[in-house]
Design a protein around this ligand. Structure first.
Ligand SMILES: C[S@@+](CC[C@H](N)C(=O)[O-])C[C@H]1O[C@@H](n2cnc3c(N)ncnc32)[C@H](O)[C@@H]1O
Length: 201
């Protein structure tokens, strides 16, 4: 088995499609983010590691960008802090994982859901020997989590292009500034999408 097949065998899809409601609301990723990701990524991207998947929209958009690629989705599917405190999203969170599965069902051969936190998820992907071409970071947006996710991604996956969402959040910018003070790495941003790394421009 290849490292990816081993990983997939540990995170199997259910036999039956869940009955949770389909849909993507609220939608955060937009056309600008999609074209920025495509511009900074390698054209032959084959394996994407996504940290923070919600209902699967960004994962599906990346599958559209690189048909046939594999997207590994790491999420607790418990929502981020800001979602858990939003009464409008509380009902969504109780069926979040099942909705993700329903939305991605037709692409289940290309999507590996890993239902855990970002640190454990990244460690498992790394220990399995899978090296993604791209890591897309869109999980918790507090400064500490941003630092933790971005540094760990760069450490475990040094050849991957690392991009993330929500440059508009002060806490996200602070986290990235903190990393860049300690490392002579390049970075950039376009509207709400950021990227950084040893070889980034
Ligand atoms: C903004 S949403 C992701 C949106 C998705 N990328 C999209 O554009 O469709 C953030 C997601 O990160 C997940 N999340 C937050 N903190 C996490 C953590 N520490 N580990 C794993 N997942 C986390 C939440 O459950 C939520 O689904």
């Amino acid at each position: 088995m290849t490292p990816l097949e081993t990983l997939r065998s540990r995170h199997l899809w259910p036999d039956q499609k869940p009955t949770a409601p389909a849909g993507f609301e609220p939608v955060w990723i937009d056309g600008d983010s999609v074209s920025t990701i495509q511009n900074v990524a390698k054209p032959d991207t084959k394996v994407v590691l996504e940290l923070g998947s919600w209902k699967g929209l960004s994962a599906l958009l990346m599958l559209k960008m690189w048909p046939g690629c594999q997207v590994i989705c790491v999420d607790t599917w418990l929502g981020s802090e800001e979602h858990r405190h939003d009464p409008k999203l509380a009902a969504d969170i109780s069926t979040l994982y099942e909705t993700f599965l329903v939305n991605c069902w037709d692409f289940r051969d290309f999507v590996t859901p890993i239902r855990t936190d970002t640190v454990n998820g990244m460690r498992e992907v790394f220990e399995c020997g899978v090296q993604p071409d791209l890591v897309y970071i869109d999980a918790a947006h507090d400064k500490t989590s941003v630092i933790q996710d971005a540094v760990l991604a760069a450490t475990f996956f040094p050849k991957a292009v690392i991009v993330g969402d929500d440059w508009s959040w002060e806490s996200v910018r602070e986290g990235l500034r903190h990393i860049l003070e300690a490392h002579d790495w390049g970075y950039g941003f376009n509207i709400n999408t950021w990227w950084f790394g040893k070889n980034a421009r």
